[in-house]
Design a protein around this ligand. Sequence first.
Ligand code: CO
Length: 281
Amino acid sequence: MNNLRTVSKIIEPQIAIEGAGVKLRRSIAPRVSNEYDPFLLFDHFAFNDPLEGPLRGFPYHPHRGIETVTYMLEGATHHRDSLGNQGLIGPGDVQWMSSGRGILHEEMPRRGPSGNIYGFQLWVNLPSHLKMAAPRYQEVTAAIIPTYEKDGIRIRVVAGKVNGVTGPVTDISASPLYMDVERAPGTEWQFPIPVGHTLIAYVFEGEGVFSGETVNAVKMVRFADGDHITVKTENGSVRFMLMAGAPFKEPIVPYGPFVMNTLEEIQQTLHELRNGTFIKE
Ligand code: CO
């Protein structure tokens, strides 16, 4: 490892209102420029203020051409979909949903015992040959997500591999790495990342020095290419989501909850929604 991935961009999350009025912090969103290929969107929902009113959530909506990854830390998300699945994504659980050609689903947050709801949703692109594949779920409960722990470093490995600890989410086209990393004060860490993969980190607690640059919560960090990053903590601890994936390098046309490769495919999708042929299952 001799090519350090330096910080190329620090993104300030913007407050966005989505679904039926859910306030969230959005760092990246789908754009034709596809700057974070294969990643499309990253949302952070954190609410604990009863003045924000009743929980509204995300009533039934469609997806096509993408994967949505929900990771809860506090509270839960109750989900239901057009395939007949339903369940609760609880603290520490992950749902990795490949919409393929189409699902309709509902995602409704529920408060935890403390009254808080805290979690993330990541959208990962699908390559053109899988955008119309059958929908697929990987439901991963907290108990089966392995934790790597050593010298003040604690990593929950959802997808990818850390020193022989492999995450339970597999067979994803982007070959992703998706990890929840906690670092105690006064630690240093050097971590290999495949050359050419897009690498982003979402710093949501504390402060760390990422490849030489100090970053405070709450920020999204994008790294330049290379073969490794370094993360150092000084007086405080830091916690972040680390995400890497192989870019597909295909044109994209995003439209709301759909991301396809051409405008014709978006028009076809809207046509199918109108005439009731969107759901194939
Ligand atoms: Co959704």
